[in-house]
Design a protein around this ligand. Structure first.
Ligand code: ADP
Ligand code: MG
Length: 462
Protein backbone atom coordinates (compact mmCIF):
# COMPACT_ATOMS: atom_id res chain seq x y z
CA UNK A 1 0.00 0.00 0.00
CA UNK A 2 1.22 3.49 -0.78
CA UNK A 3 2.01 5.93 1.98
CA UNK A 4 -0.43 8.57 3.17
CA UNK A 5 1.52 11.40 1.59
CA UNK A 6 1.60 9.68 -1.77
CA UNK A 7 -2.13 9.14 -1.59
CA UNK A 8 -2.74 12.80 -0.83
CA UNK A 9 -0.67 13.78 -3.83
CA UNK A 10 -2.54 11.36 -6.05
CA UNK A 11 -5.82 12.79 -4.85
CA UNK A 12 -4.61 16.30 -5.60
CA UNK A 13 -3.77 15.25 -9.14
CA UNK A 14 -7.13 13.54 -9.60
CA UNK A 15 -8.83 16.73 -8.49
CA UNK A 16 -6.68 18.81 -10.79
CA UNK A 17 -7.62 16.67 -13.75
CA UNK A 18 -11.29 16.80 -12.82
CA UNK A 19 -11.15 20.55 -12.61
CA UNK A 20 -9.64 20.75 -16.10
CA UNK A 21 -12.24 18.41 -17.48
CA UNK A 22 -15.43 19.80 -16.02
CA UNK A 23 -14.54 23.47 -15.74
CA UNK A 24 -14.29 25.76 -12.78
CA UNK A 25 -18.02 26.28 -12.11
CA UNK A 26 -19.01 22.65 -12.00
CA UNK A 27 -15.89 21.79 -10.08
CA UNK A 28 -16.66 24.32 -7.40
CA UNK A 29 -20.27 23.19 -7.09
CA UNK A 30 -19.74 19.48 -7.05
CA UNK A 31 -16.21 18.30 -6.74
CA UNK A 32 -14.48 20.74 -4.46
CA UNK A 33 -16.47 19.59 -1.41
CA UNK A 34 -15.27 16.02 -1.86
CA UNK A 35 -12.93 14.90 0.88
CA UNK A 36 -10.61 11.95 0.79
CA UNK A 37 -11.41 9.89 3.87
CA UNK A 38 -9.26 6.83 3.50
CA UNK A 39 -7.71 4.35 1.15
CA UNK A 40 -7.82 0.79 2.20
CA UNK A 41 -7.32 -2.47 0.44
CA UNK A 42 -7.73 -1.05 -3.05
CA UNK A 43 -10.76 1.01 -2.13
CA UNK A 44 -10.82 4.77 -2.00
CA UNK A 45 -13.39 6.28 0.26
CA UNK A 46 -14.53 9.82 -0.39
CA UNK A 47 -16.98 11.77 1.70
CA UNK A 48 -19.46 14.44 0.64
CA UNK A 49 -21.47 16.71 2.93
CA UNK A 50 -24.97 15.88 1.72
CA UNK A 51 -26.79 12.99 0.23
CA UNK A 52 -27.99 15.06 -2.66
CA UNK A 53 -24.41 15.76 -3.61
CA UNK A 54 -23.52 12.16 -3.20
CA UNK A 55 -26.20 11.10 -5.64
CA UNK A 56 -25.23 13.78 -8.05
CA UNK A 57 -21.55 12.95 -7.97
CA UNK A 58 -22.35 9.27 -8.32
CA UNK A 59 -24.44 9.90 -11.39
CA UNK A 60 -22.28 12.40 -13.16
CA UNK A 61 -18.69 11.98 -12.10
CA UNK A 62 -18.19 8.58 -10.50
CA UNK A 63 -16.84 6.78 -13.55
CA UNK A 64 -14.44 9.59 -14.27
CA UNK A 65 -13.17 9.71 -10.71
CA UNK A 66 -12.56 6.00 -10.71
CA UNK A 67 -10.78 6.12 -14.05
CA UNK A 68 -8.53 8.98 -12.96
CA UNK A 69 -7.68 7.19 -9.73
CA UNK A 70 -6.68 4.05 -11.50
CA UNK A 71 -4.34 6.06 -13.70
CA UNK A 72 -2.71 7.48 -10.59
CA UNK A 73 -2.60 4.25 -8.67
CA UNK A 74 -2.94 0.83 -10.23
CA UNK A 75 -3.91 -0.71 -6.92
CA UNK A 76 -7.18 1.15 -6.72
CA UNK A 77 -10.08 -1.13 -7.53
CA UNK A 78 -13.08 0.87 -6.48
CA UNK A 79 -14.16 4.28 -5.26
CA UNK A 80 -16.81 4.65 -2.63
CA UNK A 81 -18.63 7.90 -1.97
CA UNK A 82 -20.37 8.29 1.36
CA UNK A 83 -22.20 11.03 3.14
CA UNK A 84 -20.47 12.56 6.12
CA UNK A 85 -21.84 15.71 7.68
CA UNK A 86 -18.46 17.37 8.26
CA UNK A 87 -15.59 17.63 5.91
CA UNK A 88 -12.99 16.35 8.30
CA UNK A 89 -11.95 12.83 7.49
CA UNK A 90 -14.18 10.37 9.25
CA UNK A 91 -12.75 8.24 12.04
CA UNK A 92 -11.65 4.72 11.36
CA UNK A 93 -14.39 2.71 9.71
CA UNK A 94 -15.23 -0.91 9.58
CA UNK A 95 -13.58 -2.82 6.79
CA UNK A 96 -16.63 -4.49 5.41
CA UNK A 97 -18.66 -2.20 3.16
CA UNK A 98 -21.92 -3.67 4.40
CA UNK A 99 -21.15 -2.53 7.91
CA UNK A 100 -20.94 1.07 6.89
CA UNK A 101 -24.71 1.20 7.02
CA UNK A 102 -24.38 1.16 10.79
CA UNK A 103 -23.40 4.78 10.69
CA UNK A 104 -26.54 6.90 10.75
CA UNK A 105 -25.65 9.34 8.01
CA UNK A 106 -24.72 6.67 5.50
CA UNK A 107 -26.94 5.16 2.90
CA UNK A 108 -29.04 2.26 4.05
CA UNK A 109 -27.88 0.50 0.95
CA UNK A 110 -24.16 0.13 0.43
CA UNK A 111 -23.08 2.21 -2.46
CA UNK A 112 -19.68 1.26 -3.74
CA UNK A 113 -19.32 2.61 -7.22
CA UNK A 114 -18.30 -0.73 -8.53
CA UNK A 115 -21.32 -2.36 -6.98
CA UNK A 116 -24.03 -3.40 -9.40
CA UNK A 117 -26.91 -2.76 -7.04
CA UNK A 118 -26.80 0.91 -6.43
CA UNK A 119 -30.34 2.02 -6.89
CA UNK A 120 -29.95 5.55 -5.60
CA UNK A 121 -27.28 6.81 -7.94
CA UNK A 122 -29.73 8.23 -10.40
CA UNK A 123 -32.27 10.40 -8.67
CA UNK A 124 -32.94 12.21 -11.87
CA UNK A 125 -33.82 10.56 -15.13
CA UNK A 126 -31.33 10.54 -17.99
CA UNK A 127 -31.83 13.13 -20.70
CA UNK A 128 -32.47 12.08 -24.27
CA UNK A 129 -29.69 13.59 -26.41
CA UNK A 130 -32.12 14.09 -29.31
CA UNK A 131 -34.48 16.22 -27.27
CA UNK A 132 -32.86 19.61 -27.80
CA UNK A 133 -34.17 22.99 -28.89
CA UNK A 134 -32.31 22.58 -32.16
CA UNK A 135 -34.35 19.48 -32.92
CA UNK A 136 -37.67 20.94 -31.92
CA UNK A 137 -39.81 22.12 -34.83
CA UNK A 138 -41.89 25.14 -33.96
CA UNK A 139 -45.35 25.73 -35.38
CA UNK A 140 -48.55 27.43 -34.34
CA UNK A 141 -49.70 24.65 -32.01
CA UNK A 142 -46.56 24.70 -29.89
CA UNK A 143 -45.16 28.19 -30.29
CA UNK A 144 -46.25 29.47 -26.90
CA UNK A 145 -44.89 26.44 -25.05
CA UNK A 146 -41.68 26.66 -27.01
CA UNK A 147 -41.22 30.36 -26.36
CA UNK A 148 -41.88 29.86 -22.65
CA UNK A 149 -39.41 26.98 -22.48
CA UNK A 150 -36.75 29.02 -24.22
CA UNK A 151 -37.33 31.94 -21.90
CA UNK A 152 -36.95 29.80 -18.81
CA UNK A 153 -33.83 28.16 -20.21
CA UNK A 154 -32.20 31.49 -21.07
CA UNK A 155 -33.34 33.56 -18.13
CA UNK A 156 -30.82 34.73 -15.59
CA UNK A 157 -33.58 35.24 -13.04
CA UNK A 158 -36.83 33.46 -12.44
CA UNK A 159 -39.58 35.24 -14.33
CA UNK A 160 -42.54 32.95 -13.94
CA UNK A 161 -42.87 30.15 -11.51
CA UNK A 162 -43.85 27.47 -12.14
CA UNK A 163 -43.81 26.97 -15.86
CA UNK A 164 -46.65 24.57 -16.47
CA UNK A 165 -46.64 22.78 -19.83
CA UNK A 166 -49.60 20.72 -20.82
CA UNK A 167 -50.99 18.90 -23.82
CA UNK A 168 -51.94 15.49 -25.18
CA UNK A 169 -49.72 12.47 -25.50
CA UNK A 170 -46.76 12.66 -27.86
CA UNK A 171 -46.93 16.38 -28.54
CA UNK A 172 -43.50 17.32 -27.23
CA UNK A 173 -43.78 18.07 -23.50
CA UNK A 174 -40.92 15.81 -22.50
CA UNK A 175 -38.89 17.00 -25.46
CA UNK A 176 -39.18 20.61 -24.32
CA UNK A 177 -38.28 19.80 -20.74
CA UNK A 178 -35.17 17.94 -21.77
CA UNK A 179 -34.30 20.80 -24.09
CA UNK A 180 -34.43 23.21 -21.16
CA UNK A 181 -32.22 20.93 -19.12
CA UNK A 182 -29.65 20.53 -21.89
CA UNK A 183 -29.55 24.22 -22.48
CA UNK A 184 -29.00 25.11 -18.84
CA UNK A 185 -26.45 22.39 -18.44
CA UNK A 186 -24.46 23.82 -21.30
CA UNK A 187 -24.77 27.49 -20.45
CA UNK A 188 -24.66 27.28 -16.67
CA UNK A 189 -22.90 24.06 -15.71
CA UNK A 190 -22.86 25.10 -12.08
CA UNK A 191 -26.64 25.21 -11.78
CA UNK A 192 -28.24 22.09 -10.46
CA UNK A 193 -31.00 20.90 -12.72
CA UNK A 194 -33.05 17.93 -11.71
CA UNK A 195 -35.44 16.30 -14.15
CA UNK A 196 -37.62 13.36 -13.29
CA UNK A 197 -41.09 11.95 -13.82
CA UNK A 198 -43.75 12.38 -11.19
CA UNK A 199 -43.77 8.62 -10.95
CA UNK A 200 -40.13 8.58 -10.03
CA UNK A 201 -40.66 11.39 -7.58
CA UNK A 202 -43.25 9.25 -5.87
CA UNK A 203 -40.97 6.27 -5.88
CA UNK A 204 -38.20 8.28 -4.23
CA UNK A 205 -40.61 9.57 -1.67
CA UNK A 206 -41.97 6.15 -0.76
CA UNK A 207 -38.46 4.85 -0.55
CA UNK A 208 -37.53 7.66 1.83
CA UNK A 209 -40.53 6.84 3.98
CA UNK A 210 -39.60 3.21 4.07
CA UNK A 211 -36.08 3.97 5.21
CA UNK A 212 -37.37 6.63 7.57
CA UNK A 213 -35.21 9.05 5.74
CA UNK A 214 -37.45 11.86 4.64
CA UNK A 215 -34.92 14.45 5.79
CA UNK A 216 -32.49 13.49 3.07
CA UNK A 217 -35.32 13.34 0.61
CA UNK A 218 -36.30 16.89 1.44
CA UNK A 219 -32.75 18.07 1.37
CA UNK A 220 -32.15 16.44 -1.97
CA UNK A 221 -35.13 18.02 -3.68
CA UNK A 222 -34.87 21.36 -2.02
CA UNK A 223 -31.28 22.04 -2.91
CA UNK A 224 -31.68 22.20 -6.67
CA UNK A 225 -31.80 25.33 -8.77
CA UNK A 226 -34.24 23.95 -11.31
CA UNK A 227 -36.68 21.16 -10.62
CA UNK A 228 -38.62 19.57 -13.46
CA UNK A 229 -41.38 17.10 -12.82
CA UNK A 230 -42.81 15.40 -15.90
CA UNK A 231 -46.35 14.00 -16.16
CA UNK A 232 -47.50 15.36 -12.84
CA UNK A 233 -51.00 13.96 -13.44
CA UNK A 234 -49.51 10.70 -12.25
CA UNK A 235 -49.72 11.79 -8.64
CA UNK A 236 -53.45 12.55 -8.89
CA UNK A 237 -55.17 10.71 -6.11
CA UNK A 238 -51.86 9.90 -4.41
CA UNK A 239 -52.40 12.05 -1.39
CA UNK A 240 -49.23 11.85 0.61
CA UNK A 241 -47.02 12.19 -2.45
CA UNK A 242 -49.02 15.24 -3.44
CA UNK A 243 -48.58 16.68 0.00
CA UNK A 244 -44.84 16.22 -0.19
CA UNK A 245 -44.71 17.60 -3.69
CA UNK A 246 -46.67 20.63 -2.56
CA UNK A 247 -44.17 21.37 0.19
CA UNK A 248 -41.18 20.79 -2.04
CA UNK A 249 -42.74 23.02 -4.61
CA UNK A 250 -43.41 25.81 -2.14
CA UNK A 251 -39.97 25.59 -0.63
CA UNK A 252 -38.35 25.94 -4.03
CA UNK A 253 -40.57 28.75 -5.19
CA UNK A 254 -39.98 30.61 -1.93
CA UNK A 255 -36.25 30.40 -2.54
CA UNK A 256 -36.79 31.68 -6.04
CA UNK A 257 -35.77 28.44 -7.70
CA UNK A 258 -37.34 27.53 -11.00
CA UNK A 259 -39.96 24.80 -11.08
CA UNK A 260 -41.20 23.32 -14.35
CA UNK A 261 -44.07 20.90 -14.47
CA UNK A 262 -45.80 19.05 -17.28
CA UNK A 263 -49.16 17.32 -17.38
CA UNK A 264 -51.71 16.03 -19.84
CA UNK A 265 -54.30 18.53 -18.63
CA UNK A 266 -54.46 22.11 -17.46
CA UNK A 267 -54.03 22.68 -13.72
CA UNK A 268 -57.72 23.28 -13.19
CA UNK A 269 -58.61 20.03 -14.96
CA UNK A 270 -56.33 17.84 -12.89
CA UNK A 271 -58.92 15.72 -11.14
CA UNK A 272 -57.74 14.03 -8.03
CA UNK A 273 -55.37 16.86 -7.24
CA UNK A 274 -55.84 18.85 -4.11
CA UNK A 275 -57.37 22.23 -4.73
CA UNK A 276 -54.50 24.18 -3.20
CA UNK A 277 -51.98 22.35 -5.36
CA UNK A 278 -54.05 22.86 -8.50
CA UNK A 279 -54.33 26.54 -7.87
CA UNK A 280 -50.64 26.84 -6.99
CA UNK A 281 -49.67 25.12 -10.22
CA UNK A 282 -51.58 27.72 -12.16
CA UNK A 283 -49.84 30.70 -10.59
CA UNK A 284 -46.98 30.96 -13.00
CA UNK A 285 -47.18 30.61 -16.72
CA UNK A 286 -49.47 27.94 -18.09
CA UNK A 287 -48.61 27.05 -21.68
CA UNK A 288 -50.50 24.45 -23.63
CA UNK A 289 -49.44 22.47 -26.66
CA UNK A 290 -52.28 22.05 -29.13
CA UNK A 291 -52.80 19.06 -31.38
CA UNK A 292 -50.56 19.26 -34.42
CA UNK A 293 -51.60 20.85 -37.69
CA UNK A 294 -50.82 19.48 -41.10
CA UNK A 295 -48.12 22.12 -41.61
CA UNK A 296 -46.39 21.29 -38.35
CA UNK A 297 -46.50 17.57 -39.05
CA UNK A 298 -44.98 18.13 -42.46
CA UNK A 299 -42.30 20.36 -40.96
CA UNK A 300 -41.43 17.75 -38.35
CA UNK A 301 -41.26 15.02 -40.98
CA UNK A 302 -38.95 17.09 -43.15
CA UNK A 303 -36.68 17.83 -40.22
CA UNK A 304 -36.53 14.20 -39.14
CA UNK A 305 -35.93 12.95 -42.66
CA UNK A 306 -33.09 15.40 -43.01
CA UNK A 307 -31.57 14.31 -39.71
CA UNK A 308 -31.61 10.72 -40.83
CA UNK A 309 -30.25 11.77 -44.22
CA UNK A 310 -33.05 9.82 -45.81
CA UNK A 311 -34.15 10.61 -49.36
CA UNK A 312 -37.90 10.73 -49.12
CA UNK A 313 -40.08 12.23 -51.83
CA UNK A 314 -42.15 15.19 -50.70
CA UNK A 315 -45.27 13.34 -51.82
CA UNK A 316 -44.60 10.64 -49.26
CA UNK A 317 -44.06 13.13 -46.46
CA UNK A 318 -47.26 14.92 -47.38
CA UNK A 319 -49.11 11.66 -47.41
CA UNK A 320 -47.85 10.78 -43.93
CA UNK A 321 -48.62 14.22 -42.58
CA UNK A 322 -52.16 13.86 -43.84
CA UNK A 323 -52.74 10.33 -42.68
CA UNK A 324 -51.10 10.24 -39.29
CA UNK A 325 -52.47 13.05 -37.27
CA UNK A 326 -52.77 11.56 -33.81
CA UNK A 327 -49.39 12.60 -32.44
CA UNK A 328 -45.76 13.17 -33.25
CA UNK A 329 -44.58 9.92 -31.75
CA UNK A 330 -46.65 7.90 -34.20
CA UNK A 331 -45.51 10.09 -37.02
CA UNK A 332 -41.90 9.38 -36.11
CA UNK A 333 -42.67 5.69 -35.83
CA UNK A 334 -44.09 5.59 -39.34
CA UNK A 335 -41.15 7.51 -40.74
CA UNK A 336 -38.64 5.24 -39.06
CA UNK A 337 -40.42 2.25 -40.40
CA UNK A 338 -40.25 3.32 -44.01
CA UNK A 339 -36.65 4.49 -43.73
CA UNK A 340 -35.58 1.21 -42.14
CA UNK A 341 -37.42 -0.74 -44.78
CA UNK A 342 -35.88 1.22 -47.63
CA UNK A 343 -32.40 0.64 -46.25
CA UNK A 344 -33.07 -3.03 -45.76
CA UNK A 345 -34.36 -3.78 -49.23
CA UNK A 346 -32.16 -1.19 -50.91
CA UNK A 347 -34.94 0.38 -52.94
CA UNK A 348 -35.96 4.02 -52.92
CA UNK A 349 -39.02 5.07 -50.98
CA UNK A 350 -42.14 5.67 -53.05
CA UNK A 351 -45.72 6.51 -52.26
CA UNK A 352 -46.76 2.98 -53.19
CA UNK A 353 -44.17 1.26 -51.00
CA UNK A 354 -45.17 3.54 -48.14
CA UNK A 355 -48.84 2.71 -48.48
CA UNK A 356 -48.04 -0.95 -48.59
CA UNK A 357 -45.71 -0.81 -45.64
CA UNK A 358 -48.02 1.20 -43.43
CA UNK A 359 -51.10 -0.65 -44.51
CA UNK A 360 -51.97 -1.93 -41.04
CA UNK A 361 -51.28 1.38 -39.40
CA UNK A 362 -53.32 3.39 -41.86
CA UNK A 363 -56.06 0.87 -42.29
CA UNK A 364 -56.62 0.44 -38.59
CA UNK A 365 -59.12 3.24 -38.59
CA UNK A 366 -60.30 2.96 -42.19
CA UNK A 367 -61.69 -0.47 -41.64
CA UNK A 368 -64.11 0.62 -39.02
CA UNK A 369 -65.09 4.15 -39.74
CA UNK A 370 -67.33 5.09 -42.64
CA UNK A 371 -68.36 8.53 -43.76
CA UNK A 372 -71.94 7.73 -42.80
CA UNK A 373 -70.88 6.98 -39.25
CA UNK A 374 -68.85 10.15 -39.07
CA UNK A 375 -71.75 12.24 -40.27
CA UNK A 376 -74.08 10.62 -37.79
CA UNK A 377 -71.77 11.08 -34.81
CA UNK A 378 -70.88 14.64 -35.66
CA UNK A 379 -74.52 15.60 -36.22
CA UNK A 380 -75.42 14.08 -32.87
CA UNK A 381 -72.56 15.80 -31.16
CA UNK A 382 -73.48 19.25 -32.43
CA UNK A 383 -77.15 18.57 -32.21
CA UNK A 384 -78.02 19.20 -35.85
CA UNK A 385 -80.06 17.12 -38.28
CA UNK A 386 -78.27 14.41 -40.20
CA UNK A 387 -79.84 15.83 -43.36
CA UNK A 388 -77.84 19.01 -42.83
CA UNK A 389 -74.68 17.11 -43.65
CA UNK A 390 -75.97 16.97 -47.24
CA UNK A 391 -78.01 20.14 -47.35
CA UNK A 392 -77.00 23.41 -48.93
CA UNK A 393 -77.62 25.44 -45.77
CA UNK A 394 -74.78 27.74 -44.98
CA UNK A 395 -75.64 28.96 -41.50
CA UNK A 396 -72.57 28.68 -39.26
CA UNK A 397 -74.45 26.41 -36.88
CA UNK A 398 -74.66 23.69 -39.52
CA UNK A 399 -71.76 24.64 -41.81
CA UNK A 400 -69.16 24.28 -39.08
CA UNK A 401 -70.22 20.78 -37.96
CA UNK A 402 -70.32 19.81 -41.62
CA UNK A 403 -66.74 20.97 -42.00
CA UNK A 404 -65.74 19.00 -38.94
CA UNK A 405 -67.31 15.91 -40.47
CA UNK A 406 -65.45 16.47 -43.75
CA UNK A 407 -62.25 16.95 -41.87
CA UNK A 408 -62.75 13.73 -39.93
CA UNK A 409 -63.68 11.91 -43.11
CA UNK A 410 -60.37 12.99 -44.61
CA UNK A 411 -58.49 11.99 -41.47
CA UNK A 412 -60.13 8.71 -40.67
CA UNK A 413 -61.00 7.16 -44.01
CA UNK A 414 -59.06 6.44 -47.17
CA UNK A 415 -61.61 8.31 -49.34
CA UNK A 416 -60.32 10.92 -51.75
CA UNK A 417 -61.43 14.54 -51.62
CA UNK A 418 -63.90 14.18 -54.54
CA UNK A 419 -65.38 11.05 -52.96
CA UNK A 420 -65.86 12.87 -49.68
CA UNK A 421 -67.39 15.83 -51.49
CA UNK A 422 -69.92 13.56 -53.18
CA UNK A 423 -70.94 12.13 -49.80
CA UNK A 424 -71.69 15.60 -48.53
CA UNK A 425 -74.47 16.46 -50.93
CA UNK A 426 -72.33 16.44 -54.05
CA UNK A 427 -69.91 19.16 -53.03
CA UNK A 428 -66.77 19.99 -54.95
CA UNK A 429 -63.39 18.64 -53.77
CA UNK A 430 -62.13 22.18 -53.20
CA UNK A 431 -64.90 22.66 -50.66
CA UNK A 432 -63.60 19.65 -48.77
CA UNK A 433 -60.06 20.92 -49.00
CA UNK A 434 -61.17 24.26 -47.65
CA UNK A 435 -63.01 22.54 -44.78
CA UNK A 436 -59.94 20.53 -43.81
CA UNK A 437 -57.81 23.62 -43.76
CA UNK A 438 -60.36 25.63 -41.85
CA UNK A 439 -60.71 23.00 -39.13
CA UNK A 440 -56.96 22.67 -38.78
CA UNK A 441 -56.71 26.42 -38.31
CA UNK A 442 -59.46 26.43 -35.74
CA UNK A 443 -57.85 23.54 -33.87
CA UNK A 444 -54.60 25.46 -33.69
CA UNK A 445 -56.27 28.62 -32.49
CA UNK A 446 -58.87 27.31 -30.12
CA UNK A 447 -58.02 24.72 -27.56
CA UNK A 448 -61.52 23.72 -26.58
CA UNK A 449 -62.52 23.36 -30.20
CA UNK A 450 -59.48 21.14 -30.79
CA UNK A 451 -60.43 19.01 -27.83
CA UNK A 452 -63.92 18.65 -29.18
CA UNK A 453 -62.63 17.40 -32.49
CA UNK A 454 -60.17 15.13 -30.75
CA UNK A 455 -62.98 13.70 -28.65
CA UNK A 456 -65.05 13.00 -31.75
CA UNK A 457 -62.12 11.32 -33.37
CA UNK A 458 -61.58 9.07 -30.40
CA UNK A 459 -65.23 8.16 -30.20
CA UNK A 460 -65.20 7.23 -33.86
CA UNK A 461 -62.00 5.23 -33.61
CA UNK A 462 -62.98 3.27 -30.55
P1 ADP B 1 -45.04 14.04 -24.67
O1 ADP B 1 -44.04 14.12 -23.55
O2 ADP B 1 -45.82 15.30 -24.83
O3 ADP B 1 -45.91 12.84 -24.59
P2 ADP B 1 -42.66 13.75 -26.27
O4 ADP B 1 -41.94 14.98 -25.86
O5 ADP B 1 -42.17 12.47 -25.69
O6 ADP B 1 -44.23 13.89 -26.03
O7 ADP B 1 -42.64 13.68 -27.87
C1 ADP B 1 -42.88 12.47 -28.58
C2 ADP B 1 -41.92 12.38 -29.74
O8 ADP B 1 -42.24 13.36 -30.70
C3 ADP B 1 -40.47 12.61 -29.35
O9 ADP B 1 -39.65 11.77 -30.09
C4 ADP B 1 -40.24 14.06 -29.75
O10 ADP B 1 -38.89 14.29 -30.09
C5 ADP B 1 -41.13 14.22 -30.94
N1 ADP B 1 -41.65 15.58 -31.08
C6 ADP B 1 -42.77 16.09 -30.51
N2 ADP B 1 -42.95 17.37 -30.88
C7 ADP B 1 -41.91 17.69 -31.69
C8 ADP B 1 -41.54 18.87 -32.42
N3 ADP B 1 -42.27 19.99 -32.36
N4 ADP B 1 -40.41 18.81 -33.16
C9 ADP B 1 -39.69 17.69 -33.24
N5 ADP B 1 -39.98 16.55 -32.58
C10 ADP B 1 -41.09 16.53 -31.82
MG1 MG C 1 -43.76 12.87 -21.94
Amino acid sequence: MSTGLAIEQQWARVRGRLRDEVGEAAFRSWLKPLTLAEVDDGEVRITVPTRFMRDWVMTHYADRIRALWSVENGEIQSVDIVVAPTRTPAPARPESPADSAAEPTLEPVQSALAGPNDSTADIGAPLDPRFTFENFVVGKPNELAHAAARRVADAATVTFNPLFLYGGVGLGKTHLMHAIAWHIRKKHPGRRVLYLSAEKFMYQFIRALRYKDTMSFKEMFRSVDVLMIDDVQFISGKDSTQEEFFHTFNALVDQNRQVIVSADKSPSDLDGMEERLRSRLGWGLVADIHPTTYELRLGILQAKAEQQRAQIPLKVLEYLAHKISSNVRELEGALNRIVAHAELVGRPITLESTQELLYDLLRASDRRVTIDEIQKKVAEHYNIKLADMHSARRARSVARPRQVAMYLAKQLTARSLPEIGRKFGGRDHTTVMHAVKKIEELCAADRSFAEDVELLRRMLES
